[in-house]
Design a protein around this ligand. Structure first.
Ligand code: DOR
Ligand code: ZN
Ligand code: ZN
Length: 430
């Protein structure tokens, strides 16, 4: 039996510090407790205890690009970032569009043993947007795929999207859409606005995202299906989501840490580390996204952790690949943009980083309340500590962080997966 006693933690940052006893993966007591024999003790010193974070949107690059990230290194980055479960996107090589690949990813996640790795299945064969993949076979495979997405690409054909939504209801799964009307983003390099115009970049207009989100909300409503919108980046999308939710459409949405904090002012650096899809937008978009997250119009934070090789980032803007690392900085960016600004308290952080993503991803053992009898998937956060971002020190193989050298608030000091310590004081616990 493994026993861990977390001494003096404040669940959800509320009330006086309490001791939390974890035995065999389950929370068995909360209060003022004696240290049992053989217990591993974590001295929390009043730090904030939260349910383990759940990332609905991670790119782990295995199979295919193990030079940039593997399931093992990505799992380590996740555990260090406070995550206990991640959803691994399907745009690998080969694409995760069949039971063999999703089961392989699932097993590799289990072998790594640091977070629950849930493979996302592709919606269409080879992400080609032409023919539906075998969603049912993946949903019933060993991996029990719960989320399907062609992320990286948009399911642009409305009829295919309609069919996918119809099947998803029957299977009890969710379709996550990378909303980008491809006809409107041909050659696009950056947010279509003043900054891009000044630098001569082809623009990626807000309407390319918004037109797909509006369409998909209508299709979801028509099919009585659940839709999840990936990485919302514009103010207009927040308005559409509010409209759809008010009508009763079953739509959920995520925002990335980088869209909460960064803007297209970053284009002036010419540094492709800032190139991402959808692109960094304007300050008024970011402000609207923060408000929408606080109000629940946007349900949760997802990283879109996208590792890339040096040669794919350290080149001219137009040939650089889009994407940035996120797993080890997400909590700090949420603290910076949402907690320090008073938009969210720690209950709210638990909601957007753990509870809502677990619900959307159909996970029953993550995002649970910190109560006796619940699985011990937990994250301990020092809310007052600060740290300096050094991409080279990340557990990820890649180092493409847009926060390099920045001093950020909020440090994950321990992560527990089913009662086992996976990360402690910035190191993987083996
Ligand atoms: O910036 C992005 N990177 N956006 C995506 O949709 C895909 C991702 C990737 O796979 O690198
Ligand atoms: Zn995407
Ligand atoms: Zn993505």
């Amino acid at each position: 039996m493994t026993t861990v006693l977390i001494k003096g933690a404040r669940p959800y940052g509320e009330g006086d510090p309490v001791d939390v006893l974890v035995e065999d993966g389950v929370i068995t007591d909360i209060g003022s407790l004696d240290v049992p024999d053989d217990a591993e003790v974590i001295e929390a010193g009043g730090q904030v205890l939260l349910p383990g974070f759940v990332d609905l949107h991670t790119h782990l690059r295995e199979p295919g690009r193990e030079d940039t990230e593997t399931i093992a290194t990505g799992s380590a980055a996740a555990a260090l970032g406070g995550y206990t479960a991640v959803f691994a996107m399907a745009n690998t090589d080969p694409v995760a569009d069949n039971a063999v690949i999703v089961d392989h990813v699932w097993r590799r996640g289990q072998e790594a043993g640091l977070v629950d790795v849930h493979p996302v299945g592709a919606v269409t064969v080879g992400l080609k947007g032409e023919k539906l993949a075998e969603l049912g076979t993946m949903a019933k495979s060993e991996a029990r795929v719960k989320v399907f997405s062609d992320d990286g690409l948009c399911v642009a054909d409305p009829l295919l999207m309609r069919r996918a939504l119809e099947y998803s209801t029957a299977l009890g799964v969710v379709i996550a859409q990378h909303a980008e009307e491809p006809r409107l983003t041909v050659g696009a390099q950056a947010h279509e606005g003043e900054q891009a115009a000044r630098l001569g970049y082809t623009g990626w207009p807000a309407s390319a995202e918004e037109s797909i989100v509006a369409r998909d909300c209508l299709l979801a409503e028509h099919a009585n299906a659940r839709l999840h919108v990936c990485h919302v980046s514009t103010s207009g999308t927040a308005d559409i989501l509010k409209w759809a939710k008010d009508r009763g459409t079953k739509v959920s949405a995520e925002v990335t840490p980088h869209h909460l904090l960064l803007t297209d002012e970053r284009l002036a650096t010419y540094d492709p580390v800032n190139k991402v899809n959808p692109p960094l937008r304007t300050e008024s978009d970011a402000e609207k996204l923060r408000a929408a997250l606080a109000e629940g119009v946007i349900d949760c934070v997802a990283t879109d952790h996208a590792p890339h090789a040096v040669q794919d980032k350290d080149c001219e803007w137009s040939s650089a690949r889009p994407g940035m690392l996120g797993l080890q900085t997400a909590l700090s960016i949420v603290v910076e943009t949402m907690v320090r600004t008073g938009l969210l308290d720690w209950r709210g952080v638990a909601r957007v980083m753990s509870e809502r993503p677990a619900e959307i991803g159909n996970l029953t053992d993550h995002g649970r309340p910190i109560e006796v009898g619940e699985p011990a998937n937990l994250t301990l956060v020092d809310p007052d500590a600060e740290w300096t971002v050094r991409g080279a020190e990340f557990a990820s193989i890649a180092a493409n962080t847009p926060y390099e050298g920045m001093r950020l608030p909020g440090v994950v000091t321990a992560t527990l997966l089913r009662g086992r310590i996976t990360a402690r004081e910035g190191k993987i616990a083996q």
